[in-house]
Design a protein around this ligand. Sequence first.
Ligand code: SF4
Length: 469
Amino acid sequence: MIKRSTGLYEQFSRKGGDALRATHYCAGCGHGIILKLIGEAMADLGIQDDSVFVGPVGCATFCYYYFDCGHVSAPHGRASAVATGLSRVLPDNPIIAYQGDGDLGAIGFNNAFQAANRGDNFALFFVNNSIFAMTGGQMAPTTLEGQVTTTTPFGRDTVKAGYPLKVCEVFETLEAPVFIERVSVADTKRIMLAKKAIRKALQIQKEKKGFAFVEILSPCPNNMREEPVKAAELFTETMEKTYPLGNFRDRSEKPVPTPKGVPLKNEKELIGGGKETVATKNDPSFKERRFKFSGFGGQGILSLGLVVAEAAASDGKFVSWMPSYGPEQRGGSASCSVRVGGKEIGSPTIDDPDVLVAMNQPALERFASSVREGGTILYDSSIKTNIGFPAGVRAIPFPASSIAIENGVSKASNTAFLGAMTGLGLLPFGETNIKAALAESMSARPSLVEPNMRVFETAMKWITDNLRP
Ligand code: SF4
């Protein structure tokens, strides 16, 4: 009996009216066949409810209209990187990535290559039609020698454009992949072999045995300017000379490989040269705090963030520290984001800080509007600005640079801000932790500890004298 696989939706909602069952692919395109084979295999293996499919950019970008399973759309070339992430946060779910040869072979090759080299636990289907199809038939890394494309009108010249990229052969040099095979969907006999390889890759994923890679040669009649049957014949004739079909590796029957590795250093050896480290404590009731420190490179912005991060870590908090700076070592804009939480932190980026420290005018003007309601902006009082501050945000001009100069360490404005934040109670951990982290940050130049402590105390006192009742 011929019936629709339950791995695919009954109707494809992108196409309305009479075309509700039609895909967006051109007649004779291999993509439709491949998606059908994957949908059938998912359903037959009973994995579709748990599977997450990572869609690419390219002709298959709309594949979420067809599969009845979880879906994430990746940016161009990044399906393997997204699948790597998913395979780590969802270690028990089958993860399936799908990429074309422009997407994987050009833009995202390094992501796919590194995932294969790590043996990341997902199935990767690589559709090779030897061109960038959706964007108009430009040369891809997989384009054959002498092949005419819109960007190689006289044929691919290997002197200028290099040789066709043989991804299976490249991946075969790596230790980690469990399964590597190249198949084709150009005719019925080849489709049957492709079906077997696709099922095998998904079976490996069902058993979470590691990285499985299937390259599928798939004709693109549209860019070949041929009718479908002729295109498939021509495609087979030319492609398989460069890309021979066959299995390159199948280690699926062997025990799940465990990385051999080398003896690792213990935590004491790695962190702080023998210093005791504090274990993080899960505390879901702790409200996450977000800090943005900003100014010029050379003002100690990143160090300020590090001291706050170290102090938080020494108090058992979860913490992330993420710097951002221009190409200049000195004078360019610099900022860093610090999150402090009571549970594992999902992303280190911060769009809406609770606390903004701005050490110069451009930083103040750039980030002030991002501070969330109820938040605090601390900026150097030498900054002259006419900008309005967001409603519900406390903006405090603070004489950080004057305090640093008065104490004989003109470069310690960052320490003055640290003292101000401590005095205002903006740092959710003890003063002892903060001072210890500050001293530790200067362990390479101990002579700076004492003057910086003076700056810290002066800043705390300024807050008490001027802002506290
Ligand atoms: S352009 Fe080529 S690859 Fe894209 S849908 Fe049409 S036939 Fe398929």
